[in-house]
Design a protein around this ligand. Structure first.
Ligand code: F6R
Length: 244
C-alpha cells in the first residue's frame, strides 16, 4: 500500500526496469503482459522517462496486451493499439515485431484461430514474466467478466453492462461501447510467472476488499488470483481503505 498512485506507479515501473536490465546482462528477453485503461498510465510514463533519461532499452522486451474491444479498427481513438502507441510504444525503442495486441479487425470466423495462435505465441516467447493488471468494478481482470472460469484462455467475450457503463463517457454514450472484446483468459493470466495488479482510488476499494478477502469464486474473477503463488496487489491508500 502506497500513499498515492504516483509513488506506487514508480515502484511498479522500477520492478519492470530492474528485470529488463537484469535480462539484458544475461542476453535474454523479457516478456511483459500489459494492460490498458487509466490505471497503468503512470507506470508507462515512468518507463518512457527511464528510456529517455536513463537510456533504458526495450530491445529485449516482448509484450502481449491483455485485450482489445471487438470489433475495433486499430486507428480508432478507442482502440487499445492506439492507446499503447500513445502511452508507451511511441516513446521507447521496442521492436514492432515484439508487440502483440489482440486484433479487433478480424472477421468473426477467424477469431478462434487468432486466439489459439495468441496463446501459442506467449508459450513460444517463454511465458509472461510480469503481468500487469488493473481491475474493473465487476472484479474483471483483462475482460474476464463474472462467470469466467479459472481455466479460460484467450477468447471472444461479451462485456458486462457495468463495464460498458464505465466506458460510456469515453465512447460518448453507452450505445457506442462495443458489446464484445477479445481477452486473454483467467488461465492465461494465471500462467504468468509474476502478477502485479494495481488499483487507485476509493471507487476500487470495495472490489479490492472482495478480491483480497472474499471467497474465491467465478462471480468475482479477481479472487482467482488468491491461487497464484507470486501475485501482488499494489494499491494507493484509498483503494486499500476497505481492507481489514
Ligand atoms: C484493460 C483491462 C481492464 C482494466 C480495468 C480497469 O486492458 O484489461 O481489466 O484494467 O477495466 O480499468 P481502469 O484502469 O480504466 O480503471
Amino acid at each position: 500500500i502506497h500513499g498515492n498512485s504516483q509513488d506506487a506507479s514508480f515502484w511498479v515501473a522500477n520492478e519492470i526496469a530492474q528485470l529488463i536490465r537484469q535480462r539484458q546482462k544475461q542476453g535474454k528477453n523479457v516478456v511483459l503482459g500489459l494492460a490498458t485503461g487509466s490505471t497503468p498510465t503512470k507506470v508507462y510514463d515512468y518507463l518512457a522517462k527511464f528510456h529517455k533519461e536513463e537510456g533504458l532499452s526495450f530491445k529485449n522486451v516482448i509484450t502481449f496486451n491483455l485485450d482489445e474491444y471487438y470489433p475495433m479498427k486499430s486507428d480508432s481513438i478507442h482502440s487499445y493499439v492506439r492507446f499503447m502507441n500513445e502511452h508507451l510504444f511511441d516513446h521507447i525503442d521496442i521492436k514492432k515485431k515484439n508487440i502483440h495486441i489482440p486484433d479487433g479487425t478480424l472477421d468473426k470466423e477467424d477469431v478462434r484461430d487468432f486466439c489459439n495462435a495468441y496463446e501459442e505465441k506467449i508459450v513460444q516467447a517463454g511465458g509472461i514474466d510480469i503481468q500487469i493488471l488493473g481491475i474493473g468494478r465487476t472484479g474483471h481482470i483483462g475482460f474476464n467478466e463474472p462467470g469466467s472460469s479459472l481455466k479460460s484462455k484467450t477468447r471472444l467475450v461479451r462485456l458486462d453492462r457495468v463495464t460498458r457503463l464505465d466506458a460510456a463517457s469515453d465512447f460518448f454514450g453507452l450505445e457506442n461501447v462495443p458489446t464484445k472484446a477479445i481477452t486473454m483468459g483467467v488461465g492465461t493470466i494465471m500462467d504468468a510467472k509474476r502478477i502485479i495488479l494495481m488499483a487507485w482510488g476509493e471507487g476500487k476499494a470495495s472490489i479490492i476488499e472482495q478480491s483480497v478477502e472474499g471467497r474465491i469464486r467465478e462471480s468475482i474473477p479477481a479472487t482467482f488470483l488468491q491461487h497464484h503463488e507470486n501475485c501482488e496487489f499494489i494499491l494507493d491508500s484509498a483503494a486499500a481503505s476497505s481492507l481489514t
